[in-house]
Design a protein around this ligand. Structure first.
Ligand code: NI
Ligand code: MN
Length: 228
């Protein structure tokens, strides 16, 4: 699987010829300026964890241009259909959907969710993917939660994408515990450095994970890695 990082919690997974984009927030992100061209991102699916602007800022423009299918909470489907977007898989926590990349299951996340104009944004979610090339988990914005211990029942994770920036989500120590809960030794860190509240020390973060036998990967913005 190829993973490309676009900054904050936005990344693209390419698996079995399908491209799945997560939480598009690029054009307002100062750290992504000059590194990512929003207008050239191609994708077949866009998975949206929750309604906060730092996860949906570029959703409309990318979805309109690519005609990607948006995987999101039912209430976000209602909201974005009124904005003229057409292709959706509306879901809710606990549900799963099997399609051409494999299966995606929506799992709980402990956070809040509200659209920028105040519209109710439904429950925030994480996603467990079972693809033909392996399983992965994206927690979305969340606190550490015991619910994560259920995830090994549904997936044998190759990697987990977890927020590590603290303040709005888990910090590094809680993300290490989350990796233990989901039984995964490879973590891609997201939701750090974008704002002053969530700036982290990269070296210290990697050392803390390594001390617990877990690899923390911090992909430079605009770059890709391969996980086999
Ligand atoms: Ni959020
Ligand atoms: Mn966020």
């Amino acid at each position: 699987m190829k993973i490309t990082y676009y900054g904050h919690s936005c990344f693209l997974i390419e698996t079995n010829g399908k491209k799945i984009l997560f939480d598009p927030f690029i054009s307002p992100n100062e750290l992504a300026k000059g590194k990512v061209d929003v207008g050239s991102i191609e994708c077949d699916y866009i998975a949206v964890s929750h309604a906060h602007n730092d996860h949906i800022a570029d959703l409309e423009s990318i979805a309109k241009r690519t005609q990607a299918t948006i995987i999101c909470a039912y209430e976000l489907y209602e909201y974005f259909s009124k904005k003229g977007l057409e292709k959706f898989r509306p879901m809710n926590t606990g549900g799963k959907w099997s399609t051409d990349f494999g299966t995606v299951k929506c799992v709980s996340a402990i956070h809040s969710s509200c659209l920028p104009d105040g519209t109710y944004g439904a429950n925030p979610m994480g996603f467990v993917f079972n693809t033909y090339e392996g399983d992965f988990y994206y927690s979305g914005d969340t606190a550490l939660t015991l619910d994560m211990q259920l995830i090994p029942r549904w997936a044998d994770l190759k990697f987990a994408v977890l927020p590590i920036g603290d303040n709005f989500t888990m910090d590094i120590d809680d993300a290490i515990e989350a990796a233990n809960f989901v039984q995964c030794k490879k973590v891609i860190g997201v939701h750090y450095d974008t704002f002053g509240y969530i700036v982290i020390d990269h070296q210290q973060a990697k050392e803390k994970f390594a001390a617990k036998g877990i690899e923390l990967i911090l992909v430079p913005i605009g770059e890709s890695i391969e996980i086999n």
